[in-house]
Write a protein that binds this ligand. Structure first.
Ligand code: NAD
Length: 495
C-alpha cells in the first residue's frame, strides 16, 4: 500500500500521529493509498519551517523569485499528463477534464510570473514641498491554504503562486480524499528551485485545520470548500486575528429564455451539469426555463443525457467518471427519491444506470417541475442531478437567484440584448455568464461568489489574490531642501 507523508522543509516527513485516512480509486472502489493525518506538533513543525524560510524568501530579489515561477510554470506544463493521471486516479474525473483543470491552474502561475508589475505601488512626488508619498505592498508572513477534493490541482494553484511570488511562505492542507496531485505539484515547485520551507504540505483533517487557524505565526488562510466549513473557518480564523478568505458552496442557476438557441443551451446544460459528475462549485444545478422553451429544452437535454458515456476516467471514451466516495454517491442518489417524494417529475433516474464494477458510479438524473420549497432545490447536491424550475417570466427566473442563499455563478441563455443587459447588472451572484454556462474568470480577473458562497472581503487569484496576500504600507518621506544641504551639491547657494 502506497503511503503518503507530509512535505515539511523540503523533505518527506512520515507522521507519528498514529492517525491515517484511506485514499480510494473511485473508478474501482479500491483503496490506493494510506494518508498520514497530522498532529498539532506536525503542523507546528511545518509552521516553524515556513517561519524560518520567510526571513530569506521575503527578501529574495524579485528577479530570482520570478525565475523560479517561470521554471515552475514550465515544469507543470511539461507534466500535465502525470498530474492529470493522479487527479483521475483519486478524484475520478475523466483525463480530459483533469488536463483542463491543470490548464486553468497554469493560468494562475503565469499571472504570478508578472509579480514585479503587480507589486508596483503608486507614488506621489511633492505631496507637500519636499515630501513624497508612496505605497508598497509587503508579504504577510506564513500563510495557509485549505482546499477541497473537487479540484485538487487547480484550487491550490489559485493561491500558491500569488502567495509565494509576493514573498510569503505557505502551508497547504489539501483534501484528504485526493492528495497525490497537490503533493506532486509541491515537488515540482522544489524542482523549479524553490528554497526549502517556502512551501510545505501537511495532510490532515479538523485537527490540522484548527491548528493552522489558531497558530500565532500563521497570518492568513485561504479556504475553499462547503459553506458550513467555510463559515467555521472564517469565524475561527478571524477570531484569532487572521486574514481569511473562505469560499463556500453553490447552487448555480442557468436561465433559458424562450428566444435562446435551443441546441446551444441544451449542450451547455448537459456539460455544465454533468461534467466532472456535477462535482464542481460552478456546475449548473438549476435550469430556470422561461415560458414555452421548457418542454423542448427538457427533451433536448434528455436526448443528450442518453448519449453520455459514463465510465472509468482513464478510458478515453468516458465523458463522465465516478463520484468521489461511496458515501457521497449514495447521498446524491438519495436526492432522486427525495425529489420524487416531494413532487418533482423524475425525467431521467440515474439510479437505473447499472455499472458492472464496485466504483462509485451513478448515472445522470434530470428532475423537472422542481419548486423552491423542495429539498432538491434547497440543498447543494454536488452530483450529477439537474433540477428544472419552470418560470412564466424572465423576472421570476432572475428573482430565484436573488432569493437563493448562495451566489457563486449564474448564467443566462438568450438572444435578447435587453434581457442580457439586465441580467448582467442585476443577477445576484459574483460571476455571471451570458450564453456561457460556467463563467469561471480567467487568471487575470478574480474568482469568488457572493452571499453564502464567500466569507471574507477579497476573492481569489488575480488582482484581489495579490491584495489578499500582501499588506499595504504607505511611506511619507521628507528630505531637506537640497539648497540647504550640509553636503556641497554644487548649487550656487551651497557655497
Ligand atoms: P469540505 O468543506 O468537506 O472540505 C474542504 C476542506 O476542509 C478539506 O481540506 C477538509 O479536509 C477540510 N474540512 C472538512 N471538514 C472540516 C472541519 N469540520 N473542520 C475543519 N476543516 C474541515 O468540502 P469538499 O467536500 O472537499 O468540497 C466540496 C465543496 O466545496 C462543495 O460544497 C463545493 O461547492 C465547494 N467548493 C467551492 C468552491 C468555490 O470556489 N466557491 C470551489 C470548489 C469547491
Amino acid at each position: 500500500m502506497q503511503k503518503i507523508h507530509h512535505l515539511i522543509n523540503g523533505k518527506s516527513v512520515p507522521s507519528t500521529s498514529g492517525r491515517t485516512a484511506a485514499v480510494f480509486n473511485p473508478a474501482t472502489g479500491e483503496q490506493s493509498a494510506e494518508l498520514d493525518l497530522a498532529s498539532v506538533e506536525e503542523v507546528d513543525a511545518a509552521v516553524a519551517a515556513a517561519q524560518t524560510a520567510f526571513e530569506s524568501w521575503s527578501k529574495m530579489s524579485l528577479a530570482r523569485r520570478i525565475k523560479i515561477m517561470y521554471n515552475f510554470r514550465n515544469l507543470v506544463e511539461a507534466n500535465v499528463d502525470e498530474i492529470a493521471r493522479r487527479l483521475t486516479s483519486e478524484h475520478g474525473k475523466v483525463l480530459s477534464d483533469a488536463a483542463g483543470e491543470v490548464a486553468r491552474g497554469i493560468e494562475n502561475i503565469e499571472y504570478a510570473c508578472g509579480i514585479a508589475e503587480l507589486l508596483k505601488g503608486p507614488y506621489n512626488m511633492n505631496a507637500s514641498t519636499g515630501v513624497d508619498v508612496y505605497t508598497v505592498r509587503q508579504p504577510l508572513g506564513v500563510v495557509a491554504g485549505i482546499t477541497p477534493f473537487n479540484f485538487p490541482a487547480m484550487v491550490p494553484l489559485w493561491t500558491i503562486p500569488n502567495a509565494i511570488a509576493c514573498g510569503n511562505t505557505y502551508i497547504l492542507k489539501p483534501s484528504e480524499k485526493d492528495p497525490s496531485a497537490p503533493m506532486y505539484i509541491a515537488e515540482l515547485f522544489h524542482e523549479a528551485g524553490l528554497p526549502e520551507g517556502v512551501l510545505n504540505v501537511v495532510h490532515g483533517d479538523k485537527v490540522a485545520v484548527d491548528r493552522l487557524l489558531e497558530h500565532p505565526d500563521v497570518k492568513a488562510a485561504s479556504f475553499v470548500g462547503s459553506t458550513p466549513i467555510a463559515k467555521y473557518v472564517y469565524e475561527t480564523g478571524t477570531s484569532h486575528g487572521k486574514r481569511i478568505q473562505a469560499l463556500g458552496g453553490a447552487k448555480n442557476h442557468m436561465l433559458v429564455l424562450p428566444d435562446a438557441d435551443l441546441d446551444l443551451a441544451a449542450d451547455a446544460a448537459v456539460s455544465a451539469a454533468y461534467g466532472s459528475a456535477g462535482e464542481r462549485c460552478m456546475a449548473i444545478s438549476v435550469i430556470a426555463a422561461v415560458g414555452e422553451i421548457a418542454d423542448p429544452l427538457v427533451d433536448a437535454i434528455t436526448v443528450r443525457m442518453e448519449k453520455l458515456t459514463i465510465g472509468d476516467g482513464t478510458d478515453s471514451a468516458s465523458e463522465m467518471g465516478p463520484l468521489i466516495t461511496r458515501e457521497h454517491r449514495d447521498k446524491v442518489a438519495s436526492y432522486i427519491g427525495i425529489g420524487a417524494d416531494e413532487g418533482a417529475t423524475v425525467v431521467v433516474d440515474g439510479r437505473d444506470h447499472q455499472f458492472d464494477n464496485d466504483g462509485f458510479f451513478l448515472g445522470v438524473s434530470l428532475l423537472d417541475n422542481v419548486t423552491t420549497d423542495m429539498t432538491v432545490y434547497k440543498d447543494e447536491i454536488f452530483g450529477p442531478v439537474l433540477c428544472v424550475v419552470r418560470c412564466d417570466t424572465y423576472a421570476e427566473a432572475r428573482d430565484l437567484i436573488s432569493a437563493n442563499p448562495w451566489g457563486n455563478g449564474a448564467a443566462i441563455f438568450t438572444r435578447d440584448g435587453g434581457a442580457a443587459r439586465d441580467f448582467q447588472e442585476n443577477a445576484d451572484a459574483g460571476m455571471v455568464g451570458i450564453n456561457v454556462p460556467i463563467p469561471v474568470p480567467v487568471g487575470y480577473h478574480s474568482f469568488g461568489g457572493w452571499k453564502d458562497s464567500l466569507f471574507g472581503d477579497l476573492t481569489m487569484y488575480g488582482p484581489e489574490g495579490v491584495h489578499f496576500f500582501t499588506k499595504a504600507k504607505v511611506l511619507t518621506s521628507r528630505w531637506p531642501d537640497p539648497a540647504t544641504s550640509s553636503v556641497d551639491l554644487g548649487f550656487p547657494t551651497n557655497g
